[in-house]
Design a binder for this molecule. Structure first.
Ligand code: SAM
Length: 303
């Protein structure tokens, strides 16, 4: 069963990003990391878990894996997907409901930064609290991340868990010296991307700094036994076609805002790497790899 409810036009993200425009990129990324996320979800979902809420589900790859896990647990189970982006929400709802028979999938268009979040979820007919609340790469898009964690903790059943996935180590795809421009290009691209990220955060209305680590923040948000584990997305060279496409997608993302933040020589090198007609096109290299580490922070709601 799949229901789209709670489509409120006032729901919007706070980061000036048109998330719906990222549907295809997020879908492709979901497919690429599905084996890794399957392992993460297997660690998080316990045999007795029958309900989950995913906040900021993107194209729905993880939601589908959560739905399959809930279905395996048997009994009546419920998955609620919350997002501000209408098209992503629809895509995620469809993907999750196709993935698992017998799981009631609800989509709720709501803002995780709004205090009305819990009411929007119950207003959509979804259970107010879940055994597992999962939020990957979305809390850092909320102006006040600690307030966001408190709000998400409020959606966890007593004894249940909140899992927040955030960056561990930044993705790397290039050899240190690619033979054009100066060696060490990717380190400079990653640094520019970090500057973009900090600007995205400071430009949000009501932006508040979070000057502590995630497990400590979860503890402050009222959760117990906060702990973290990391997973690697480790695809060595030579990459297969999906890996090659993922590496090119990563380089394209780093191109964003490069003009303002990088030396002209580095922008030129990146342009050459991204030019399918050029002799330095990264897609023709057999030494690209894909290596990324993300961290899952897990806290338990006291019973
Ligand atoms: C970086 S994407 C992450 C998608 C997915 N979780 C993943 O790991 O690939 C951020 C997601 O959060 C959603 N989002 C951004 N701000 C939000 C907010 N204030 N409330 C709810 N969802 C939000 C976006 O629409 C998008 O689906």
């Amino acid at each position: 069963m799949f229901r789209l409810v709670g489509a409120h036009s006032h729901s919007h993200s706070h980061d000036n990003i048109d998330w719906d425009a990222h549907l295809e990129r997020l879908r492709a990324a979901d497919d690429f990391i599905a084996p890794d996320i399957t392992e993460v979800v297997a660690k998080l979902l316990r045999p007795g878990d029958h309900s989950a809420i995913e906040i900021g589900a993107g194209a729905g790859g993880t939601a589908a894996i959560l739905a399959k896990g809930l279905a395996r647990n048997g009994g009546e189970s419920q998955l609620t997907i919350v997002d501000t982006a209408e098209q992503l929400l629809t895509a995620a709802g469809e993907r999750a409901s196709e993935a698992a028979e017998g799981v009631t999938v609800r989509t709720v268009r709501a803002d995780a930064a709004a205090d009305a979040l819990a009411d929007e979820i119950t207003g959509a007919g979804a259970p107010p609290q879940a055994d597992l609340v999962y939020a990957a790469f979305v809390v850092h898009h909320l102006p006040d991340q600690l307030a966001g964690l408190r709000r998400l903790a409020g959606l966890v059943k007593p004894g249940g868990r909140l899992a927040v996935v955030e960056f561990g180590l930044q993705t790397r795809v290039l050899p240190a010296d690619i033979g054009i421009g100066g060696p060490g290009l990717e380190a400079r691209l990653v640094s520019a991307s970090e500057q973009w990220f900090q600007q995205m955060r400071t430009e949000m209305d009501g932006s508040v700094r979070l000057p502590i680590g995630w497990p400590k923040a979860m503890t402050e948000a009222g959760l117990a036994d906060a702990t973290s584990f990391s997973y690697l997305i480790d695809r060595p060279a030579p990459l297969d076609e999906s890996g090659r496409v993922a590496a090119l997608r990563q380089l394209s993302m780093l191109r964003r805002d490069a003009d303002e933040r990088l030396a002209a020589e580095d922008v030129e090198a990146l342009n050459q790497l991204l030019d399918p007609e050029g002799e330095h096109y990264a897609g023709n290299r057999d030494d690209l790899y894909y290596l990324s580490a993300n961290t899952v922070h897990v806290g338990t709601k006291p019973a």
